[in-house]
Ligand binder design. Structure first.
Ligand code: TRP
Ligand code: SF4
Length: 541
């Protein structure tokens, strides 16, 4: 479900925006910000039926960043970005920069073929396609191993659904000649990489992240490392910024993948001031006092560790921005180093490099350097240069040099019947295979954010922020036309738009969309046959 299975894990019918501030300034008209104040705790469970009741918690508790803050850096942002449907990200900046500068970048997402593709999947299809059009290498995969192990789907069912997902993806504009399609079960490279990554993860970690226990199938665990390999697959040839568009329920996978990418690296680059190692908070403290001492006042090597220690000891505790433990460990380290000169340097720590790679790194470092047992200190290159050098040496010496993968997160859609979108309640969602007339009918009978009476609606305006029909306009029906989406919103909250007509218009647009989409699906049949992906699983009996 690429995370987006709104069908299983959608937001529980919570209003689209901040529960009630309809007087927000007009720009917010297109935005779907906020999320209702938390009724329950956020739990991000890729296989559960977690719901997101408060998107703000995802920022506060999980460290997902707000997409808005980087919107300006994205060239020709997609309407889902402009309208806040894509609300969060992890580390998307390198991808935006690469797109901006026509440098290599990749996009990848995966789909568990457990049912028919629906309008929630369309969000992810669109995200992949948009990145492909912006110049990224695009990958879409069928998570058939995961569907088989985590959902118990048969290979026949998987094949049928996989085909249908792929037809919709192609119909919406994915270029299979330029992009890559694969299924997990027949991609040997992915499986080899999965095995390799598995050596960097262990059961306790899976327990902590996913709540696995002694009853969890081994193949379910294997599907996790497979997904890790999927996520890093675009970087097998060479490292590049890669974005994984998914729903926030997939964030645990993204975090693990980012960790594993890091653990696979040959070298760790950090900053140091003397031969000893510093923890990040310790480093901040030393950095601050190093600056305060005004190193320029000292002749060449005259600034010694003891001087920094003295300065720290003379400073009243209240002026030191660090806890007692940090302070005391810093003092110990500085005093032990005694008369060693304090000199800022960039450190390359040998994490899992081969001897050849370590030696190659030493040779490649320009300027003054000092070589130790398992690290090298360089005095004339800065952190950014060092990162680049470390990656280059790693890649030239048989390592992957992975960049931590980035992600973007979209909101789950509200069910048409008000609650969650649920595959067991057909009226709550619209499948991309629904008969256009059925699509029309579903929209016509959808819940709205309208008032009791037309009169009241004219007077107070509708609640577009709480209306699944408005959501349909913003997420899909208005397409790239912001002005149209904004007009619907303004007319609704301004009381000029009444639900009957509004739904009629939406229903009509939905009918046209479905008819058009299904026609395109038929047209891309041949394209799919020619595409480089096995449509029939060799595991079928
Ligand atoms: N686990 C995803 C889901 O439940 C499917 C998936 C497999 C995936 N591999 C992936 C999603 C890689 C994104 C990237 O839908
Ligand atoms: Fe929703 Fe349209 Fe009614 Fe407004 S007018 S509440 S957008 S159906």
């Amino acid at each position: 479900m690429t995370g987006d299975d709104p069908l299983e894990e959608s937001e529980s019918g919570e209003p689209l925006t901040d529960g009630g501030d309809e007087t927000a300034e007009p720009q917010s008209a297109l935005r779907a910000d906020g999320g209702a104040a938390g009724a329950d705790d956020v739990a991000l469970d890729p296989w559960g039926s977690s719901s997101v009741s408060d998107y703000r918690k995802l920022f506060e508790e999980f460290g997902i960043e707000e997409f808005d803050e980087i919107l300006d850096e994205v060239p020709h942002p997609h309407y889902l970005m402009r309208r806040g449907v894509i609300f969060g990200h992890r580390d998307y900046r390198p991808v935006a920069e690469a797109l901006q500068n026509d440098e290599p970048a990749a996009v990848l997402s995966g789909f568990m073929p457990t049912g028919d593709p629906h309008i929630g999947h369309k969000l992810v299809f669109d995200e992949i396609i948009w990145h492909q059009q912006q110049g990224a290498d695009a990958y879409a995969l069928i998570a058939d191993l995961e569907a088989n192990s985590a959902r118990g789907m048969s290979w026949e069912e998987i094949d049928e659904h996989a085909r249908s997902y792929l037809l919709s993806l192609l119909a919406l504009g994915f270029d299979p000649e330029d992009g890559t399609l694969y299924r997990q079960s027949t991609n040997r490279e992915v499986q080899d990489l999965a095995f390799e990554l598995g050596a960097e993860a262990n059961f306790s970690e899976f327990q902590a992240i996913y709540g696995f226990d002694g009853e969890t199938d081994v193949s379910h665990m294997q599907s996790v490392v497979t997904q890790m390999a999927d996520i890093l697959y675009p970087q097998l040839e060479e490292p590049k910024p890669t974005v994984i568009p998914v729903g926030p329920d997939q964030d645990p996978h993204v975090r693990l993948a980012r960790d594993l990418a890091e653990r696979m690296r040959f070298f760790k680059v950090s900053e140091a001031y003397a031969s000893f190692e510093l923890e990040p908070e310790e480093r901040d403290l030393v950095a601050e006092f190093y600056e305060r001492l005004d190193p320029a006042d000292f002749d060449d090597d005259d600034l010694r560790c003891v001087h920094v220690a003295e300065a720290l000891e003379e400073t009243p505790l209240s002026e030191i921005d660090a806890d007692a433990d940090t302070l005391s460990s810093v003092l110990t380290k500085l005093n032990e180093a005694g008369m060693e000169p304090v000199r800022p340097r960039t450190r390359f720590f040998d994490r899992r490099a081969t001897d050849d790679a370590f030696n190659a790194l030493i040779d490649a470092i320009e300027g003054e350097k000092r070589v130790y047992e398992s690290h090298v200190d360089a005095f004339e290159i800065d952190r950014a240069e060092a990162e680049e050098l470390a990656r280059q040496v790693e890649v030239e010496n048989g390592g992957y040099g992975f960049q931590p993968p980035s992600s973007i997160y979209h909101r789950f859609m509200t069910g048409l019947t008000g609650g969650k979108m649920s595959s067991s309640v057909p009226a709550s969602h619209i499948s991309l295979l629904d008969d256009p007339e059925d699509g029309y009918d579903k929209v016509k009978s959808a819940t709205t954010g309208g008032r009791e009476t037309a009169e009241e609606q004219r007077e107070k305006g509708g609640k577009a922020d709480e209306c699944p029909v408005y959501e349909l306009y913003a997420y899909l029906l208005a397409g790239d036309d912001d002005e149209f989406a904004k007009r619907v919103y303004d007319e609704c909250v301004g009381g000029e738009r009444l639900c009957g007509d509004c739904k009629e218009q939406a229903a009509q647009l939905m009918k046209e969309f479905l008819a058009d989409h299904q026609e395109k699906r038929a047209e891309v049949e041949a394209l799919l046959e020619d595409a480089d992906i096995e449509l029939e699983s060799p595991r079928r009996r």
